[in-house]
Ligand binder design. Structure first.
Ligand SMILES: [Zn+2]
Length: 178
């Protein structure tokens, strides 16, 4: 995962100053997707109606999807409203797929809710999903900025609010970088 960390750092290092100054929080992941990668973020009420969406087993849903040909990231609207930080994480996750897993013959990438930022790590999660999560975490909670903040203030709720992250994502990230 060190490689993914470096990849995310390179992406952030190349964000033009007018989009992000490299230290303001939260990291403007949607502006980065839009202005740097030309990926438009759309929110949809029901992602299963997206073009080419797979049939899902009952009770499962999609958190996000990437349509490389259309240059679009779609996020699950109800989920984004229910959990603060979720929308941002999903955008970071799809950006990870764009940077690491996009190939000419893949028209679209669909991410099940259980695959994106789950509460508990499960070994059967596909490697690409875990990689996209690692990328999202590294972009949304850059190691250097998180260490700096953590050195000043260890209030967990404040850190989550500052970085625009869910408690689960922040907990894992602190464990990984502190
Ligand atoms: Zn995914």
């Amino acid at each position: 995962m060190i490689e993914i960390e470096e990849r995310a750092e390179r992406v952030l290092a190349h964000v033009p100053e007018w989009i992000w100054d490299g230290e303001s929080l939260p990291v403007p992941v949607e502006d980065i997707a839009d202005s740097v990668f030309r990926l438009r973020v759309r929110e949809a009420e029901d992602l299963s109606s997206a073009p080419g969406a797979p049939a899902l087993e009952p009770g499962s849903s999609l958190s996000g999807l990437l349509l490389p040909d259309r240059g679009e990231i779609w996020v699950n609207g109800p989920e984004a409203r229910e959990w603060p930080g979720r929308r941002r994480f999903t955008i970071g996750h799809e950006l990870g797929h764009w940077c690491m897993h996009r190939t000419d013959h893949v028209a679209s990438i669909y991410c099940r809710s259980a695959s994106v930022d789950p509460e508990e790590e499960r070994p059967e999660r596909p490697v690409a999903e875990r990689e996209a999560d690692a990328f999202a975490a590294a972009v949304l909670m850059p190691a250097a900025l998180l260490r700096k903040q953590y050195g000043r203030d260890r209030d967990f709720a404040h850190l989550c609010a500052l970085f625009g992250a869910s408690g689960a994502a922040m907990g894992r990230r602190l464990h990984a970088v502190i």
